[in-house]
Design a protein around this ligand. Structure first.
Ligand code: HAM
Length: 417
């Protein structure tokens, strides 16, 4: 049997895991300042949750879900995103019963059957945040402020925000704009790609973010949705923009930004980086005030975003690794094991060579492991009841009585507790 990893998936270890952990730790740190609590939902849900929430006509539901049948023939889907799952949890666990508003964040794998390429995987990771219960534009602004703070924290400058509003379902808002857009697109139909010719009838807004050259050329002059939304949506958007201006948040208005999921209303945004190549969206989100209604629940205003962790990891630079921990060298297995175990229990990362190779080879391993101190238990040391402690940064060596070794290390290092 020839073992192979599944296409579009990958094993993460070494530097990759360090990048992920760094990005995750900083997200927890920053998001908690804004009152977010972590939520972990199941990796799979009933397929209908995504079909109804994300939308039947979207690429995600139409062709990208990993579907499975349980033993009783019910259709399940590996989650392609988590907004629908968090909304499901709000409803099934009654999170809003005792609260006027709630904020949740999540970190975890998502699954989409897409064509793998740089920055695009079939199992990928998101860091996301969802904010429930507040409809005023300061909550939209808060999300962007939190993202700005997060990017600063992880030292990511090469990202930019794009912003749009896609209005609401009121007849004089998005539906009226859609008619307008359909008229515009119908006249230009012959220049559109095959997909978009079909989308004129099924989902005309998606024509606006088609990546085909010919469609880009057509939609350049398309009517701008942010100029055609209803009065309330227009006010929401201009208030949001003035709050962002007050806080010096830099963004670009993009009338073609409509997002690939159906649940959005009003504010939508994306985070881009030119350093990502073709898959240049590092994250995206927006408001989804009507999603609860789709599930037959009373309306709860809501908004959120998700960042692509795999893509952010491609953008950050890890600092130089500091020498860290201890390495015990010696041939007396029991003495080595005891010292290793005492050091670990005292709170120090401690390594050793389980194969007890030559002293030279053990030294080489200690060097490679980038530890700060090497504890040598050679024959001479054992005879004298001491340990030679070598500081790997200064190359100085000290002899320490074996029963005082922990105290000595403590004075040289502060334990990692
Ligand atoms: P999304 O735009 O579908 O939004 O995904 C968010 C981010 O996940 C993307 O910008 C991208 O960085 C990353 N991503 C998506 N697909 C892949 C892939 N195949 N490989 C690698 N990275 C990928 C959502 O998922 C919404 N749930 C966001 C949201 C939350 N809206 C409101 N709340």
């Amino acid at each position: 049997m020839k073992l192979k990893i599944v296409k579009g998936t990958r094993d993460l270890y070494g530097d990759d895991v360090e990048r992920f952990q760094f990005l995750e730790d900083k997200a927890r740190e920053v998001f908690s300042l804004y009152g977010y609590e972590e939520i972990r939902t199941p990796m799979f849900e009933r397929t209908e949750l995504f079909a109804h929430g994300v939308g039947q006509d979207t690429d995600i539901v139409g062709k990208e879900m990993f579907l499975l049948e349980d033993r009783r023939g019910r259709s399940m889907a590996l989650r392609p995103e988590m907004t629908a799952s968090v909304v499901r949890s709000i409803i099934t666990d009654n999170h809003m019963q005792q609260a006027t508003h709630r904020r949740f964040y999540y970190i975890g794998p998502m699954f989409r059957y897409e064509q793998p390429q740089k920055g695009r995987f079939r199992q990928f990771y998101q860091i996301g945040a969802e904010y429930f219960g507040v409809s005023t534009p300061d909550s939209d602004a808060e999300l962007l402020l939190m993202l700005r703070q997060y990017f600063k924290k992880v030292d990511l400058n090469a990202v930019s925000f794009q912003l749009n509003t896609i209005g609401c379902q009121n007849p004089d808002c998005r539906p009226a704009f859609k008619k307008n857009l359909v008229d515009f697109l119908t006249v230009q139909k012959e220049y559109l790609c095959e997909n978009c010719t079909r989308r004129i009838d099924t989902n005309p807004l998606r024509v606006l973010d088609c990546k085909e050259e010919s469609c880009i050329a057509v939609t350049k002059d398309a009517p701008k949705i942010y100029e055609h939304v209803c009065e309330e949506c227009g006010e929401h958007f201009s208030e949001l923009r003035s709050i962002l201006d007050d806080h010096g948040v830099v963004y670009t208005l993009n009338h073609k930004l409509v997002r690939g999921l159906d649940y959005y209303s009003r504010t939508v945004f994306e985070v881009y980086s030119d350093n990502l190549g073709a898959q240049n969206a590092a994250g995206g989100g927006g408001r989804y005030d009507s999603l609860f209604e789709v599930y037959g629940s009373p309306i709860i205003p809501a908004l959120g975003f998700a960042l692509g962790l795999d893509r952010l990891a491609m953008l950050i630079r890890l600092g130089e690794k500091k020498a860290d921990g201890l390495f015990v060298i010696g041939h007396h297995r029991r003495m080595v094991n005891t010292l290793v175990s005492n050091c670990r229990e005292a709170g120090y990362k401690t390594l050793y060579d389980p194969f007890q190779s030559s002293m030279k080879s053990q030294f080489r391993q200690a060097n490679k492991a980038n530890v700060s101190h090497v504890l040598i238990l050679g024959d001479d040391e054992l005879k004298e009841g001491i340990v030679s402690v070598k500081n790997m940064t200064t190359s100085t060596q000290t002899s320490v009585p074996i029963d005082r070794i922990i105290g000595h290390i403590e004075s040289e290092l502060s334990p990692e507790r």
